[in-house]
Design a protein around this ligand. Structure first.
Ligand SMILES: [Zn+2]
Ligand SMILES: [Zn+2]
Length: 336
């Protein structure tokens, strides 16, 4: 598929490909040269030959994939343009997770902005989102439906803390994605004044340690394996969402189970996952923020990817943009 005004950027089975630069953006399969927007596993995959990304993205890939994180890499700083074969490339903060970037590509007088995953809501665990004027805006649409209007994160944290006070004999098992969400919840809990020890499932430790080494303050945090089960009361224990229903969770008697996710907006999902405490905190832009971002970026053309494309394409066309679905497959934001 050719993208109008930029026939040098095409869609291949590996993902978005820039012909004159001979590189891919967030490829699904190993390639020779890849620009990586951020370290979530659906965007940053192992075994590429050469990757370009922010320092944090590359370090997290190293933590997750060990030797297979890539053969070679180049660290890119935010807002410092580099050139590959006459193409100007700039990584711009996306506000999604630590190290996350949008990628602005300029070639032949055409500016294409690839959003990656992004959010505009302030988040102390990563650099804030920045907007960029462009001619073609490729936006994610994970929450690209009008029903998605994310509540304030602080209000959701309040719900958790109220439940901890109200149910003072019950441990709170809270499902959070290991990269980004976990650390954001820790940071929000501390900002809300919660100063008890917070316990983490072992699978959340490594990435959290990395955030701490990069300067994030999360107060007293311990591995949940250190928790004395006879002293169990209303502790907050963070774990991967999948652990809520496996053997690990059964050692906690009578827990309150919660999940933190933008998807907790959907009643059916709450029921399906048997969740008493749904907390709607998302690391993606909601419907209004996608529309606001498009307006600020002022593109001629918008390409909508990984998410509910149809409604957004319809709305953008109604607002006068030339919008189309890009239908890039393989990007799942199930545990966002
Ligand atoms: Zn992501
Ligand atoms: Zn994504």
């Amino acid at each position: 598929m050719k993208l109008t005004n930029a026939n040098w950027l095409i869609k291949k089975k590996e993902g978005l490909y820039c012909i004159p630069g001979d590189f891919y953006i967030d490829p699904l399969y190993p390639v020779k040269k890849a620009l990586i927007t951020h370290a979530h596993t659906d965007h940053a995959r192992p075994n590429n030959h050469f990757i370009l990304g922010t320092k944090e993205t590359i370090e997290i890939m190293k933590i997750r994939y060990a030797k297979s994180y890539c053969t070679n890499y180049q660290v890119i700083n935010y807002n410092s343009p580099l050139t590959i074969n006459n193409i100007d490339i700039t990584f711009v903060p996306a506000g999604h997770i630590l190290g996350s970037s949008q990628i602005l590509i300029k070639y032949n007088g055409c500016r294409v902005l690839i959003s990656g995953d992004y959010k505009r809501v302030e988040d102390k665990t990563c650099k804030s989102y920045q907007n960029k004027k462009c001619d073609i805006f490729i936006t994610e649409a994970t929450f690209g439906l009008p029903i998605f209007s994310h509540p304030f994160d602080k209000d959701e944290i309040k719900k958790l803390l109220e439940s901890v006070i109200k149910n003072n004999e019950k441990p709170h098992l809270i499902g959070v994605y290991a990269l980004g969400k976990c650390q954001r919840i820790l940071s929000l809990l501390r900002d809300a004044g919660y100063d008890e020890t917070i316990y983490l499932h072992g699978a959340l430790m490594k990435i959290t340690d990395y955030y701490v080494s990069e300067g994030l303050r999360i107060g007293k945090v311990k591995n949940a394996s250190e928790l004395n089960l006879s002293e169990l009361k209303n502790q907050i224990i963070l774990c991967p969402p999948s652990a809520l229903h496996d053997k690990w969770s059964r050692k906690f008697k009578n827990p309150i189970k919660g999940i933190v996710s933008g998807w907790m907006n959907i009643r059916q999902r709450i029921k399906q996952k048997n969740i008493q405490l749904p907390l709607i905190i998302s690391d993606h832009a909601d419907w209004n923020d996608i529309l606001l971002t498009t307006k600020e970026n002022n593109p001629e053309k918008v390409l909508v990817t990984h998410g509910r494309e149809e409604a957004l394409v319809f709305q953008l066309n109604k607002l006068g943009y030339d919008a189309k679905a890009l239908n890039l497959l393989g990007y799942e934001d199930e545990y966002e």
